[in-house]
Design a protein around this ligand. Structure first.
Ligand SMILES: Cc1cc2nc3c(=O)[nH]c(=O)nc-3n(C[C@H](O)[C@H](O)[C@H](O)COP(=O)(O)OP(=O)(O)OC[C@H]3O[C@@H](n4cnc5c(N)ncnc54)[C@H](O)[C@@H]3O)c2cc1C
Length: 431
């Protein structure tokens, strides 16, 4: 166990599990508080998930969207970082159990996020990877680029067509962004790079069980996205349910698609925080927290970000987005500091800044209150916002230059196929 006595002095000990948007925001909000903070994460880096699809589609390299947690908190003297996987929480003895040691806490912030949900079909994960971590993005990048290489190699016409078929399941923001980016790779980036195949003939199929793409946005933006995708050559199939995934394609309620690459962007489920805390949760596994983000009967435990569910002022659940996680983290940091100073704070209030999604070159949708932007203006706005939220001047500069270069040349600088499986050169067992 990492004993409290090993900590610098006997100040209250705040343990934060997860250095995503919520956890980091809680840690930085406590920078001036008279507490000792331990941030535990199973990864050594914080990942900027909104740009993961750019790594998956070879526009950016992993290091451009991920930062070492130690480096981010280097100057925060009251924060210690532990790289360890949390396996449980002993609420009675106030200890976090990890794969290496138990860590005692006075205040606990659980910010472990969410992961993909295959709606009870976890066996599909092997064939239809989701996008959550850097490893997922490089795996998908490998799969997309290898598909073109395999199509170039094979003499079999049906197999060539299969390799040149890309299926994306789920038409939320990630699915739309992935479909648009793969279409751009096929139609522009690598259009002239092969001699035996024409990458422009690739089929990119976006499947959505619901009636429209980007269901969280208004009808006009959703319709714009559909038109933009169709113009880019994406085959959008709404009201279409996937009933099976295997190494050679997907089964639909009304047929089958043979595909070399399948990408899952359809559902999320919260991390096991509710199980660790034996707390009430919603259908997606998110802990039902009180309006100060504490767990009922545990005023010393907070759950924030994608791992929690709380209602906004209008009674709707706060969405699982980065700004919400950040606001929750900042609130919890302030609340812990206030409580230690013998003060209190009003309940958490979520302020929705807006919704953004990019579809491709010069095509994005932006919704900020009553203002809706599409096309080039939306795309420009999307780019500026994402660059602004990246950590560090150097990365902002590098990403901006990369995007400008890609825009002018139609190129994608990170088209590397790494860690090719030796025997079959494929990401799925059966391919
Ligand atoms: C592909 C993708 C695109 C997205 N695009 C957008 C977007 O454009 N705009 C937007 O606002 N939101 C977007 N989101 C959602 C947004 O990223 C999340 O809402 C946000 O990251 C939630 O923050 P969080 O702190 O709750 O969790 P996360 O940021 O997911 O952080 C959780 C942290 O906990 C750590 N962790 C998990 N389990 C353990 C464990 N057992 N032990 C130790 N550490 C653990 C993880 O390593 C991770 O660092 C996107 C998400 C994804 C996956």
């Amino acid at each position: 166990m990492i004993a409290a006595a090993n900590l610098p002095d006997a100040r209250p000990h705040v343990v934060i599990i997860g250095a995503g948007f919520g956890g980091l925001s809680a840690a930085t909000a406590l920078a001036r508080a008279t507490v000792d903070i331990t941030v535990i994460d199973r990864q050594n880096h914080h990942c900027f998930q909104p740009l993961l699809y750019q790594v998956a589609t070879a526009a950016l390299s992993p290091a451009e969207i991920a930062w070492p947690i130690r480096a981010i908190l280097r100057h925060q003297r009251n924060a210690t970082v532990l790289m360890a996987e949390v396996t449980g929480i002993d609420t009675a003895n106030r200890r976090v159990q990890t794969t290496s040691a138990a860590v005692p806490y006075d205040h606990l912030v659980v910010a472990t996020g969410a992961t993909h949900s295959y709606f009870g079909h976890d066996e599909w994960a092997e064939f239809a990877p989701g996008l959550k971590r850097i490893e997922d993005a490089t795996r998908i990048r490998r799969s997309i680029l290898l598909a073109f290489e395999r199509a170039e190699l094979t003499e079999d016409v049906a197999e060539r067509a299969r390799q040149l078929t890309f299926v994306i399941i789920g038409a939320g923001a990630t699915g739309v962004e992935m479909a648009g980016a793969i279409a751009e790779i096929a139609r522009h980036t690598i259009a002239m790079d092969f001699r035996r195949i024409d990458p422009r003939t690739a089929q990119i199929i976006l499947i959505e069980a619901g009636p429209r793409v980007l269901p969280a946005l208004s009808n006009d933006l959703s319709n714009y996205a559909l038109r933009a995708l169709t113009k880019m050559g994406v085959d959008v199939r709404t009201d279409t349910r996937v009933t099976g995934c295997d190494g050679r394609g997907v089964d639909l309620a009304n047929g089958r698609i043979n595909a070399g690459t399948i990408i899952w962007a359809a559902g999320v489920v919260a991390s096991p925080a509710a199980r660790w805390l034996n707390a009430e949760h919603d259908r997606a596994g998110r802990v039902l927290v009180r309006d100060d983000l504490t767990v009922p009967d545990h005023p010393e435990i907070f759950v924030i970000g994608d791992a929690a569910t709380v209602k906004d002022e209008s009674g709707k659940p706060v969405p699982g987005v980065a700004p919400a996680a950040k606001q929750m983290g900042a609130y919890v940091g302030k609340l812990i500091a206030a409580r230690i100073a013998g003060q209190s704070l009003p309940p958490f209030r979520y302020r929705h800044a807006g919704d953004l999604a990019t579809i491709g070159r010069r095509a994005a949708v932006v919704s900020i209150g009553k203002v809706h932007l599409t096309g080039f203006l939306g795309w420009l706005f999307w780019g500026v916002v994402h660059i602004y939220f990246l950590i560090g001047l150097r990365r902002r500069f590098v990403v901006a230059i990369n995007w400008l270069w890609d825009y002018l040349t139609f190129q994608r600088g990170a088209r590397l196929i790494t860690e090719v499986p030796r025997q079959r050169q494929n990401i799925s067992r059966n391919n």
